[in-house]
Ligand binder design. Structure first.
Ligand SMILES: NC(=O)C1=CN([C@@H]2O[C@H](COP(=O)(O)OP(=O)(O)OC[C@H]3O[C@@H](n4cnc5c(N)ncnc54)[C@H](OP(=O)(O)O)[C@@H]3O)[C@@H](O)[C@H]2O)C=CC1
Ligand SMILES: CC(=O)N[C@@H](CCC(=O)OP(=O)(O)O)C(=O)O
Length: 346
């Protein structure tokens, strides 16, 4: 049994981690750290946690925390982990960061897209990108995990095999992303206000989204050349769920059936990627509350484009679920332990 702490206690990522850890036999949630609400009970903000979490949240004392727990989940906004991680470099505590702080290998790129100073190079060197379907061997030996962003999880899982196997051109790649409002976290804003989102559909952060360098960095490794994707996100009036619809120019006359077969082989040992048969495409309800990424394809002969549709739950495979999947791999537990529930439907 490993002892864990979550930093960022009152946020949505933390609440989803708590739900998943509750079903985990080998992780005990020792502490919930809150920046703004320490000494208060989490159930006073989230009554659905009544009788599950009784201890009050605590203030962050990083020097003692690293001695008291084995795993720290950082469910904090970008900008927090990069300041804390230098204090953990010499400890043995496992760190899993849900924020974007450790995802971008170039400090200059981070500073351009995130508008703040990047994490120290030593922390970036230590961090492994926690996408188990691509980097399982590196995750096994890692102590610091940079958990992928929600859109990058859906986009990279959907595009990587087609790029690596050269069935589509590396440029241009078009990614049309759509997400539910919980992706923006718990703090309300003008963009997430009910009357702005309900009955509405909005493209946002056009050309400026912080996931652009992350997607491009990992897709570029698939082809050993720079991929510069065209990526646009849309806010959808729903709570959870995310879909990327993606387009790449076919290089050869592969059929949809051929693409389905290629992806089935590629993800044969990936328990959370489900490939749809020809003619079927995933919807967000297929993955709701689950750690699955469902992917469907259409090789369009008329336009010579491969169309890929990839759906996840932003809070599970896009955040907390993938974090638990990484913890499982790091600790030699079964990859899907605590994550094998059937998606909620309807
Ligand atoms: N929501 C999603 O779908 C996804 C989120 N992520 C990433 O996961 C992380 C958490 O996201 P999410 O939970 O949705 O965000 P929230 O805004 O809901 O929660 C973040 C929490 O972090 C704490 N916090 C805020 N500011 C500070 C600060 N300056 N120092 C320390 N703690 C602070 C607060 O909790 P408290 O005051 O209790 O400490 C806050 O509630 C973010 O980096 C986000 O980008 C990644 C993928 C998907
Ligand atoms: C609706 C909404 O605002 N979604 C967020 C999702 C970002 C996220 O989840 O966090 P990371 O930046 O840590 O990946 C966005 O598009 O920026």
């Amino acid at each position: 049994m490993k002892k864990a702490a979550i930093i960022g206690g009152t946020g949505y990522g933390a609440i989803e981690l708590i739900r998943l850890i509750q079903m985990h036999e080998y992780i005990h949630l020792e502490k919930i750290i809150s920046h703004s609400q320490h000494k208060k009970q989490l159930y006073s903000f989230y009554p659905h946690l009544t009788n599950f979490i009784d201890d009050p949240m605590e203030e962050l004392e990083i020097d003692s925390l690293k001695e008291e727990v084995d795993i720290i989940f950082f469910a904090t906004p970008a900008g927090v982990t990069k300041k804390l991680i230098p204090k953990l470099i010499d400890s043995s505590v496992q760190c899993i960061d849900l924020s974007g702080d450790l995802r971008i290998s170039s400090r200059e790129q981070y500073e351009h897209w995130y508008k703040g100073e990047a994490a120290p190079q030593v922390a970036l060197d230590l961090a492994v990108y926690g996408m188990p379907e691509l980097y399982k061997e590196q995750i096994k030996g890692a102590r610091v995990i940079s958990n992928p962003g929600c859109f990058p999880t859906s986009a990279i899982l959907g595009l990587y095999p087609a790029l690596e196997q050269k069935i589509i051109q590396p440029n241009p790649i078009i990614i049309d992303g759509k997400t539910g409002v919980s992706g923006a976290g718990r703090t309300p804003s003008a963009m997430t206000h009910f009357s702005e989102t309900n009955d509405n559909l909005k493209a946002y952060k056009i050309g400026k989204h912080q996931h652009i360098p992350e997607i491009d960095q990992y897709l570029s490794t698939a082809v050993n050349e720079q991929v510069s994707s065209v990526f646009t996100t849309h806010l959808i009036p729903m709570t959870r769920g995310l879909v990327c619809t993606m387009y790449g120019q076919l290089t050869e006359g592969i059929t949809t059936e051929g693409v389905v077969s290629l992806y089935k082989n590629y993800y044969e040992s990936a328990p959370f990627v489900r490939i749809r048969p020809e003619g079927e495409f995933p919807v967000t309800k297929d993955v709701y509350g689950s750690n699955f990424c469902d992917i469907g394809f259409y090789a369009d002969k008329r336009t010579n484009q491969l169309i890929i549709v990839s759906a996840i739950d932003n809070l599970v495979k896009g955040a907390a679920g993938q974090a638990i999947q990484n913890a499982n791999i790091m600790n030699g537990w079964e990859e899907g332990h605590g994550l094998n529930s059937i998606p909620m439907y309807p």
